[in-house]
Each structure stands twice: as structure tokens, then as C-alpha cells.
Design a protein around this ligand. Structure first.
Ligand SMILES: *[C@@H]1O[C@H](CO)[C@@H](O)[C@H](O)[C@H]1NC(C)=O
Ligand SMILES: *[C@@H]1O[C@H](CO)[C@@H](O)[C@H](O)[C@H]1NC(C)=O
Length: 566
């Protein structure tokens, strides 16, 4: 090949991922505190990454990482040097915060979405806290006492949500799961979208703000736009994932049919608290990419609860594959929406599959835009998966974190690369020269059984992909073991209310589901107050809580409860 031809070929080669595209910064950030890297998944108790929100300021000079303290009752926000990932100064602590659900770095500080205990409510309240120049500028509860009182009050047992900021609109938006405690929706779980301006005032924007939307939303995606409404996606428990930018409800443009069950939407965006890096805007364009884990859809049936025009479906596989949907703009798909035809044999023909396997499971699907025309989709692969019919995670042998480049039309660019010593546990953010970077905890990742907590660590690792190569090279050490703390994790909760925490004691959801009739669709039975902040999966309820004879009530820390054969 002549030099000339070779040079023509070169840019295309450089634009694809290769094993050298992944740079690791193991344990680069000393936290100064301990962190529990595992959160037990709702219902199954399977281990998920406890989210560590991460954000880089628009000027690229500062970054912030948020993480839950091991008291499980305060959140730390640590400034990070985006060049080295080393700590800058001491962290800010927000006491009473149960989880961080989203973080926005600004040139002069940050804003974080957390759910904070409130003495007058049963569950914590979603709250945006803004720091400028190292001091607190404002605190704005976005639900709870006094917030949209005439529409009904709500609280947030879990911090399943996200926070974004639009420079063009001068607005923050928070999208988060709520449970209503007054008004017509009282006792029901849904979600809310609230806009807050630069002074910390809630802006009630017609056609954008929402006090109660998708039922049992266990997957939220939110991304900025130049004006409200911002781009939003919800996964509900009736059978669909919606691009609901224009409706803020379980309607709008149907991205996908997904098999669900009462109260469970299949963890498409990673499970409770997992809503991050699911929807990404290609910079300088109006194009978005949405990525999720899907079990496919077959056999569409009428959704009697929602009525005409709505469908439910069965899964194509019990394992999950990686799916993407490309958006022309914040409220329009590039391709067709999912069908809602009762009786249709296939309900997922519109999906762009990044993987399509019936022998491996794919989970923890994330996406970030690398530049104006390329994105990185990532997922964890499990070999020999065991999957229950209930639409939740599978167990299996972790066989690597995969990274696939795709273009802004959703076409794969090159082959996926993988690594076993890199995980993705916080928002994927662009850093000049480094490509897309994210935080994770270096540890053995065991997805074979339920686990309600991890070994505490006191440092955070970072990895980057798709950089130009001019950034700081990764340390040569490939050894990325966790930094276990001296302190053992606390013994969970009051022992008299805790069931055995062994895997065997976790009831198999497949055999324990109550029928929709038994529990009134869209209503979780009134759960008792979680008795402790300890991260165990579930307790027995104090009362029967409406469970029929022969069934016992179990309450999850999140406030959900289910009826299970006694
Ligand atoms: C935010 O909204 C409040 C109340 O409407 C208003 O007084 C304030 O000027 C707004 N702040 C900004 C930065 O626009
Ligand atoms: C999900 O699929 C299972 C298995 O086919 C089916 O029994 C169940 O009814 C489906 N869920 C919904 C909400 O249709």
C-alpha cells in the first residue's frame, strides 16, 4: 500500500476504539471517608453499583463527585481535579441526605439533588442544594411540605432520579420518583419533574413541570435542552418506555415495549437509584441517544388498566440485551416508535440492538456522547446467566465491561472492547483530551448472588475512553484492588425485624408475585416506615398491610411492600 493510501485510511482507524483507548486511574481519588460501593436491588437484593454522581464544569476546570457516607445518612460532595482525579480540598457534607441522585458542576461550584430526611414526613424529601465558591447558596426542596400542595404532597423514599442544568435556559431540572401522601394520588408511586432557576426558585412551567407522572417509575432519564421541557424518558410498570418530553406522563412517543409486572419495570436504566448516563445529547446538535437493557417484546396484549391504545407484552428473552434509540430532537425519534397493536407477535422490531444474545446477560447499560457525532455505549456482560421470569436482574458470572462506539445515526463504529477490571458506577462525562470519563470502585465484581453491601473503600478509581491520547496516561499499575477500610461494615438494622440475609432466604419473585387484582395496580401496599437506614433488602412488615390470608407482607427499605406466601 502506498504511503498516500495508508494516510487516507489512518483517520478511520484512529476513530475506532481499541484496547488502548481505555485509560485507567485506579484509586486516584482519596476520599478521606469510607464508601459502600454496593446497593441492593429492589425486590431481588442483587448487587448494583451504588451511584456516585460525577460532573465536570462547563469550563473544564473543576469536577465534583458525590457519594453516600457509611452512616447512610449524609452525602459528601468532593471537588476533583479533572486532570489527575485527585481531591481538591475537603468534601462538603450534606447531613440527613440518604442518597445523591444527580450532580451538576458549575464554574463556581455545584448543585446536587439528594433526598433529605424531614422530621414532618414519613419519607425523605427530594432537595436541590447549591454551593457557590465553597459556601451554600440555597437549598430548594422540590417536593414535600408546601411544594405544589394543591396538587397533593409527595416524598421520595428512594433517590431514583437525575439533575441537569441548561446554560441556555438558565434552569435546573430534576426528575425523580415520588410517593404521594396527600391528594388524589395518595399512597401511589409516580414521578415528578421540577424546574428551578439560578436563584433556587421553583418555576412552574406549563407543559414541562409535573407533580405526578409515570406509574412506579423505576427508570428515569433526563437530559438538558435549550428550553423547557427538557428531554425525558420514563420506564413504567405497565409495559412501555416513553419519550415523555412533551407529556411528562406514561404516554407520548413509545420508545419500547417492555415486559413488566406490578411495581417493576425491569430495571431498564439500572434499577432504583440507577438513573444516570442513560440519555445523552451530542454536543452542538439536537440529537440524543438513549440506551437501556431490554428483554425484547413479543405477544402484545391489551393493557386493561390503561385502556385502549395501551399494550403489555411478554419478554423475548429472560436475559437482557443492549438496546439504543436515536432521537432527532428532544421529543422526536429518528426511527419509528414501538407498536401498540394488540395481538402482534413481535413488538420490538423498531429497536436498534447493540447486542442480541440469548446466552449472555447484559446489564448496567450506560451511554455518553464523545463528540458531536460519536457516543460510547457500555454494559456489563454475565456469562451463564440465571434469569427469573420476573423482569429484574439476572445472576451470573461477570465476564467484563464492554464499550461500543456508535455514531449519531445509531450505527456501530468498529468492534466493542472489554475489560474486567473497569466498572461504571457514576455519570460518564466528557473531559477535554481524555474523552469520556467516569468514576468506579476497583473491586472484584461478583454478580452471582444477592449482596446488600460491599467492602468499604476509601478511594475512587476513574477510567476514560476515546481520548485523543494527549491526556495524562494511565498509571502503569494494572492492579486495581479495593482499598478495604479498617472498619467493618455495620451490622444491618434491628435484628428482630430483619429476615435472614442469606441468598436462600430471599423469596423468589417468580413464585411470590401477587396478581394485579390482589394489590390494586399502581398502588404499593401501604408500607410501614423503613425501620432503619441500614442497606438490607427487606424486612417483614409490622402488620399484614392488606395481604390476603396465607401471604405475608414484606417491606423494602425503599418503602415498597409485597405480599409473599408465609
Ligand atoms: C428566579 O425566580 C424568582 C421568582 O420568580 C425571581 O425573583 C428571580 O429573579 C429569578 N432568578 C433568576 C436568576 O432569574
Ligand atoms: C410479562 O411476561 C409474562 C410471561 O409471558 C406474562 O405472564 C406477564 O403477564 C407479562 N406482564 C405483563 C404486564 O403483561
Amino acid at each position: 500500500m502506498s504511503i498516500f493510501l495508508w494516510l487516507l485510511f489512518l483517520p478511520a482507524v484512529l476513530c475506532q476504539l481499541s484496547s488502548g483507548s481505555l485509560k485507567k486511574f485506579p484509586n486516584a481519588l482519596a476520599l478521606g471517608n469510607n464508601f459502600d460501593p454496593i446497593i441492593a436491588a429492589y425486590w431481588t437484593g442483587l448487587p448494583h453499583h451504588r451511584r456516585t454522581p460525577f460532573s465536570v464544569s462547563p469550563d473544564g476546570k473543576s469536577a465534583y463527585l458525590a457519594y453516600l457516607s457509611t452512616s447512610y445518612a449524609s452525602v459528601f460532595i468532593q471537588q476533583v481535579d479533572p486532570a489527575t482525579f485527585a481531591a481538591v480540598g475537603k468534601p462538603v457534607e450534606i447531613s440527613g441526605a440518604r442518597e445523591a441522585g444527580g450532580l451538576v458542576a458549575r464554574n463556581d461550584g455545584f448543585a446536587v439533588l439528594v433526598n433529605i430526611d424531614n422530621p414532618s414526613t414519613e419519607h425523605p424529601i427530594s432537595t436541590i442544594v447549591r454551593y457557590k465558591g465553597g459556601t451554600k447558596a440555597w437549598t430548594r426542596p422540590v417536593n414535600g411540605p408546601g411544594v405544589h400542595e394543591s396538587d397533593g404532597l409527595s416524598s421520595s423514599p428512594d433517590m431514583n432520579g437525575d439533575l441537569v442544568y441548561s446554560e441556555a435556559a438558565g434552569l435546573y431540572a430534576a426528575y425523580f420518583v415520588v410517593t404521594a401522601y396527600t391528594g388524589g394520588a395518595s399512597g401511589h408511586f409516580g414521578d415528578s419533574i421540577q424546574y428551578v432557576n439560578d436563584s433556587g426558585e421553583i418555576k412552574n412551567i406549563a407543559g414541562a413541570s409535573s407533580t405526578f407522572g409515570c406509574s412506579h417509575n423505576t427508570g428515569i432519564a433526563l437530559e438538558e435542552a435549550d428550553a423547557a421541557p427538557f428531554a425525558s424518558v420514563c420506564a413504567e410498570d405497565h409495559g412501555a418506555i416513553w419519550l415523555n418530553t412533551k407529556t411528562q406522563y406514561m404516554s407520548g412517543v413509545k420508545i419500547a415495549n417492555e415486559n413488566t409486572t406490578n411495581g417493576v419495570s425491569g430495571e431498564p436504566m439500572g434499577g432504583m437509584g440507577g438513573s444516570y448516563s442513560s440519555l445523552a445529547l451530542f454536543p452542538g446538535t439536537s440529537t440524543y441517544i438513549f440506551a437501556w437493557q431490554s428483554r425484547g417484546a413479543v405477544s402484545l396484549t391489551r393493557d386493561d388498566w390503561m385502556g385502549d391504545g395501551y399494550t403489555s407484552c411478554s419478554p423475548r428473552w429472560l436475559n437482557h440485551n443492549v438496546a439504543i434509540s436515536m432521537l432527532k430532537d428532544k421529543s422526536t425519534l429518528q426511527g419509528p416508535e414501538a407498536i401498540s397493536k394488540v395481538g402482534a407477535a413481535s413488538g420490538d422490531d423498531q429497536v436498534t440492538w447493540i447486542t442480541k444474545s440469548s446466552t449472555t446477560d447484559q446489564q448496567n447499560v450506560r451511554v455518553a456522547a464523545l463528540d458531536s457525532s460519536n457516543a460510547i455505549v457500555t454494559w456489563e456482560q454475565l456469562s451463564n446467566p440465571h434469569c427469573d421470569p420476573v423482569p429484574l436482574s439476572c445472576t451470573g458470572t461477570f465476564s467484563g465491561t464492554f464499550f461500543q462506539q456508535v455514531d449519531s445515526q445509531g450505527k456501530k463504529v468498529g468492534e466493542a472492547i472489554s475489560a474486567k477490571d473497569v466498572l461504571v458506577a457514576g455519570d460518564m462525562q466528557r473531559i477535554e483530551g481524555k474523552g469520556v470519563c467516569w468514576p468506579y470502585v476497583s473491586m472484584d465484581w461478583d454478580l452471582s448472588q444477592p449482596k446488600d453491601r460491599g467492602t468499604y473503600v476509601s478511594s475512587m478509581s476513574f477510567a476514560c475512553i476515546g481520548g485523543s491520547g494527549s491526556g495524562t496516561p494511565a498509571p502503569t499499575s494494572q492492579q486495581s484492588t479495593a482499598t478495604p477500610s479498617e472498619t467493618a461494615p455495620p451490622v444491618a438494622g434491628p435484628s428482630e425485624t430483619k429476615t435472614e440475609s442469606s441468598a436462600a432466604s430471599v423469596p423468589s419473585p417468580a413464585t411470590t408475585l401477587v396478581t394485579p387484582e390482589a394489590t390494586n395496580m399502581n398502588t404499593r401496599s401501604p408500607a410501614t416506615t423503613p425501620t432503619s437506614s441500614a442497606p438490607y433488602a427487606f424486612t417483614t412488615c409490622d402488620a399484614k398491610n392488606g395481604c390476603p390470608d396465607g401471604l405475608r407482607c414484606y417491606s423494602f427499605k425503599s418503602g415498597y411492600s409485597v405480599c409473599i406466601p408465609a
